[in-house]
Design a protein. Structure first.
Length: 532
């Protein structure tokens, strides 16, 4: 098979598109045929290794139907005894590399995930396909070319994003800013500063990154960083035409200098729960919408937007996809012995929310793995683009984790510890992610009677303790200048009033108190009004 660089050089753009983006032409029957064939192959590999036999739960499935009926749903705890020690002797296939993800704050210092060579090789076409989709304007429009400039704006190996940028680098299509070997040795801000400087003279075509970072970079540019860059290139003739043209654009528009004045970026690729929040701001700053992709370290890529920047389309050949309905999710989380009825993609309904469950293909280790993510099926096809597969959007986390800006995932334990360490006298609390103009960590806290403290003081104290306990949370401020914590002080008696009303209403004992993490809108409204 010709490599992708040869296809680009030979102008075989239709063949390149079909190879990397052909999954968008599948119908649901073809999609499920790929899923079933690859699952049957994977089941045999699982049966031949210690970890596989463990997570199969004693089952010996021989068909897809038996797999769905017999194999239990798993979580990372089921794999931790093997993976946290990087044991390769128990795996279905020897890994090519181990990836690190931030895991659960305050529980695992990190999670380790093995990646096989087959997975790594397959991801070349997957990721190039995502780049094609980010840059194209229609089906089969191949807008990328050899030596396009790619800004390195992600975390380096062994984190997932940087590890897969290595796969892109292996393909030889893009010139990295800075060069990838150099970039991996730099700190985050140093890497971006060098990349921007190189981009002044060479241009920038494609930027994969975190959407909150794109916004932070763009806003800093408009707050004077851009003009400082103009001054810095006055003695560098190669950069002057680009900058003078950019300054003229901004002056004519009577606004600060923006990145879109300097670069005509072909594509932006971002993953994270906050993409929808920042979508319009990114377009304003950079001149293009970010292509939203959905993936996790344990399953790599699961779905991507296409060239209308609307719903996401699933990839068929990286994971067997299953969908846990809400009623089953609640019961299963309360009782892990419950065997939930999971749906496949040809069984989902539009407008419904489902928890994602995945089984890796190509020698991966995760089997019926509960990701903790809730997605919504928005439609059964994309009628605008004639993509005949169900479309999805990311909805939320379900496992008591609050994700802020794609940087940190805070658990109940870590937030509770920060409140305790702050020394604030309190009765109880609840926290959730709320979005106004930007995502915020909203803490509802009831102080003890007689406590003389204001919300701003609590914000400062708890923020300080969170930064001590969780380095990823601290990075929000040091890297992006964000302090996401917002405190709402509840009147004395709020929690007791809430509990009394719930009892009077005959609520189930398990739901007498509001959840500490991610309480529903109704619970927050009742809590805020409980003392009145």
């Amino acid at each position: 098979m010709a490599d992708v660089l040869d296809l680009i050089r030979q102008g075989k753009t239709e063949e390149l598109w079909q190879r990397c983006c052909g999954f968008t032409d599948l119908d649901i029957d073809q999609f499920m045929s790929v899923q079933r064939e690859l699952l049957l192959e994977q089941m045999e590999r699982l049966k031949g290794c210690e970890l596989g036999r463990t997570v199969l739960g004693g089952a010996d499935p021989r068909t897809v139907e038996e797999f769905r009926q017999q194999v239990p749903v798993t979580i990372y705890d089921d794999y931790a005894p093997y993976l946290l020690d990087l044991r390769e002797d128990v795996l279905p296939e020897k890994p090519m590399m181990w990836l690190r993800t931030s895991g659960r704050s305050g529980e695992y210092p990190c999670k380790w995930v093995p990646v096989t060579r087959r997975q790594y090789e397959e991801l070349g076409d997957i990721f190039l396909g995502i780049f094609l989709l980010a840059c194209c304007r229609d089906r089969k429009d191949v807008a990328i070319g050899e030596h396009d400039k790619l800004l390195y704006g992600l975390a380096p190996p062994p984190y997932t994003s940087g590890s897969y940028l290595r796969r892109i680098a292996d393909m030889g299509v893009f010139d990295f800013l800075p060069p990838i070997d150099e970039a991996e040795e730099m700190g985050f801000e140093e890497r971006l500063e060098k990349g921007f400087k190189m981009g002044m003279s060479q241009g920038m075509d494609v930027i994969p990154g975190v959407v909150s970072v794109l916004v932070a970079m763009g806003e800093r540019f408009g707050q004077g960083a851009g003009l400082r860059r103009v001054a810095s290139v006055l003695n560098q003739p190669a950069m002057l035409p680009r900058m003078l043209k950019a300054v003229a654009k901004s002056k004519l528009a009577r606004r600060p200098l923006l990145p879109r004045d300097v670069w005509s970026v072909k594509g932006l690729i971002c993953g994270g729960a906050d993409n929808g929040v920042y979508r319009e701001r990114v377009k304003e700053l950079w001149g293009r919408y970010p292509l939203d992709v959905y993936g996790i370290t344990e399953g790599v890529m699961i779905a991507t937007q296409t060239w209308d920047y609307d719903g996401m389309t699933f990839f068929p050949h990286l994971n067997f996809l299953e969908f846990m309905p809400e009623k089953d999710r609640q019961r299963w989380q309360e009782d892990r012995t419950h065997h939930p009825d999971l749906l496949t993609l040809d069984e989902v309904l539009p407008g419904e929310d489902y928890a994602m469950v995945i089984t890796n293909f190509m020698g991966g280790v995760f089997v019926r793995y509960f990701t903790g993510d809730v997605i919504r099926i928005t439609s059964l096809r994309n009628a605008t683009l004639n993509i005949n597969l169900p479309q999805m959007t990311f909805s939320s986390r379900v496992d008591g984790i609050i994700d802020i800006a794609g940087f940190t995932r805070l658990t109940e334990k870590i937030i509770w510890q920060a409140i305790e360490n702050s020394g604030i006298p309190y009765e109880d609390w609840a926290a959730r992610k709320e979005v106004d103009e930007v995502p915020a960590l909203r803490l509802y806290l009831e102080p003890k009677p007689g406590t003389n403290i204001v919300a701003e003081q609590i914000e400062a104290l708890v923020h300080r303790e969170l930064a001590k306990l969780d380095s990823d949370y601290a990075d929000l401020e040091t890297m992006l200048g964000l302090r996401p914590l917002r405190v709402t002080l509840l009147p004395v008696g709020s929690f007791m009033g809430y509990i009394a009303r719930q009892r009077e209403a005959g609520a189930d004992p398990a739901h007498i108190k509001p959840a500490h993490m991610n309480p529903a809108d109704e619970a927050v409204a009742a809590l805020v009004g409980a003392a009145s």
